[in-house]
Design a protein. Structure first.
Ligand SMILES: [Fe+2]
Ligand SMILES: [Fe+2]
Length: 295
């Protein structure tokens, strides 16, 4: 993982500085278009086993993140749908429907990445079954609908941060083009709809402690399941490769992950709103470049 730590750090610092400069950016809630796009990435062409520049750790770090997406996105949709009828603002209701459409398409594409892993010989079903059972059958059912919504809004904050990071940096430059295109598209759409669930939460229950509790649970569960997925895949590599990746794993877990969480802490500012950081142009520029801005 040569240079990754330094790269992540410099981009993250740049983000923090930029945010300070843009803190007075005017919010334009609801005026940002959200477009549902059907992409159809050519996964049938297959991917190299270590598709991230031959880097085993980075490949499985992102594969591990892929693991949590489809079920996570189903959870987002379920959590918001419960409150759909309570949303009075027609504009927000429309944005919610488009948010459902985008998250549904993300699931479709990320599920293809699962098929690729199985074709490559990885055993993934035991992890997926464990994750589904623990996260959604045991934990989700113990949360109130309001807390599920608050967790969803916090997770959407993290996906928007990741989206900003990958679009702003050259982090994905060594990734295989299919995965790079998948992640760039997902990143851009996460920015496009980043304020939807936050606005739903604010309209349903704007209490700060609800937001705080959702953020705490979202942070713990996101990193727990993400790291578990990465470990599950690394464990299936040869002992030499596994051992060589161990330091990268620890470095990410103890150095980079806390930095990501620290960067996410602006969510806890009393006056936080996703639109306070106006990075919509970043998403638009990418979508325009691939000819998919309005379609
Ligand atoms: Fe998504
Ligand atoms: Fe999202």
């Amino acid at each position: 993982m040569v240079g990754l730590a330094a790269q992540v750090r410099s981009v993250w610092r740049g983000r923090a500085k930029k945010r300070t400069n843009e803190s007075t950016a005017e919010a334009h809630t609801g005026e940002r278009p959200i477009v549902v796009r059907r992409m159809g990435f050519p996964f049938q062409k297959g991917l190299p086993r270590w598709w991230f520049g031959e880097n085993v750790f980075l490949t499985h770090l992102i594969n591990g993140l892929n693991f949590v997406f489809p079920e996570g996105e189903r959870f987002f949709i379920r959590s918001v749908r419960v409150f759909e009828e309570q949303i009075k603002d027609e504009g927000l209701r429309q944005r919610v429907r488009l948010f459902f459409g985008q998250e549904s398409q993300h699931q479709v594409e990320h599920l293809h990445a699962f098929e690729i892993l199985e074709q490559q010989g990885f055993e993934i079903q035991s992890f997926l079954a464990w994750y589904k059972d623990l996260a959604y059958k045991k934990l989700e059912v113990r949360m109130s609908p309001l807390m599920r919504l608050s967790i969803t809004a916090a997770l959407e904050h993290f996906t928007a941060i990741f989206g900003d990071f990958v679009l702003r940096s050259d982090f994905l430059q060594d990734a295989h083009p299919i995965m790079r295109d998948l992640l760039f598209w997902h990143a851009a759409e996460e920015i496009e709809h980043k304020s939807v669930t936050f606005d739903v939460l604010q309209s349903v229950d704007p209490r700060y402690r609800v937001r705080l509790a959702g953020f705490a649970i979202a942070t713990l569960t996101l990193f727990f399941f993400w790291m578990a997925g990465t470990r599950h895949l690394l464990k299936q590599e040869s002992p030499e490769i596994r051992n060589a990746s161990h330091a990268d794993y620890l470095n990410f877990f103890f150095r980079e992950a806390p930095r990501i969480v620290l960067d996410g802490l602006d969510y806890l500012r009393f006056d936080f709103h996703p639109d306070n950081e106006d990075n919509y142009q970043l998403a638009r520029d990418y979508l325009e470049k691939i000819g998919r801005l309005g379609m």
